[in-house]
Design a protein around this ligand. Sequence first.
Ligand code: PEP
Ligand code: MN
Length: 339
Amino acid sequence: MIVAMQDSASEEQIQNVVEHLVRMGFSVHRTTGERQTVLAAVGARIDFDTRNLEVLSGVEHVHRISAPYKLAGRSFRPDGTIIEFANGLKIGGEEVVVMAGPCSVESRDQLFNVSEKIAKAGARVLRGGAFKPRSSPYSFQGMGVEGLKLLREAGDKFNMLVISEVMEISQIDMMLPYVDLFQVGARNMQNFNLLRELGKMKKPVLLKRGIAATLEELLLSAEYIMAGGNYQVILCERGIRTFETYTRNTLDISAIPIIHKLSHLPMTSDPSHGTGLRDKVPPMARASVAAGADALLIEVHHDPDKALSDGAQSLYPQQFSQLMDELRMIAPAVGRKIA
Ligand code: PEP
Ligand code: MN
């Protein structure tokens, strides 16, 4: 671990940090430069919390060399990763990409109806589940490959890329001709066999945070995909389980700037699953863009009251269109544009 002291750090502050490190069991090697002092601490436990040092006065930066993830870590690509698609769309650059669509593909009429409306409002990626991970085995389980075909058709017709969830290894090949991105759902974030297989693919993977996963665990899951050679990973905050019951999940917006600090991978926010309540989705989408999200994933249904899944958190097309107008105003305030 490297502890870089501020230029202005006093000798007393430096000594204080050295003593802290020694007390924690590190052996410390000090380099005193002309301007800055750097402390190399050897012997870190893998679960050491670097924040304990970051808060000490006089410390500028703590760099944990022994981070359990390497490829997903910011230092692997300090300038960030931009994922570029064949149609020129980029995720991770200046432009914020909005992915939208129904929770599940239910029928041709449903999908084409909502696709036309969200494309008109500015969505660049069409979402829709063909294989659905439902909490109850008695709930609608998705249309399967028929749903994938409809997604591709609607995506091509309305000029949007297509993202859909892959739940198991056997679905990967089946999905390849139809999707531009694979979505790995919260429930599968630690399905390491699935992650390894996706690591062999050449398609981008949007990896959602598990409902009780730490950000380090999310990054370690990304590492599984990247270790196989697929560096096209996009992370997604979709709400975590907390003691709050008002919302379905608690959307951890702080995950956005934290991931941007820890990792070079683009970061998405899903305010639909993050709140579970339609009226909470626009404010949290706006907050996500303000917090620096590279993309949004939003559920929209042409008739949410009749949706076969997640109707309560699906926006009406008109609400989505208004949200897009608002996002176009917010993005420039934080140096971005809506793609
Ligand atoms: C979804 O996107 O419809 C979905 C099931 O998401 P999650 O895995 O975040 O629950
Ligand atoms: Mn859903």
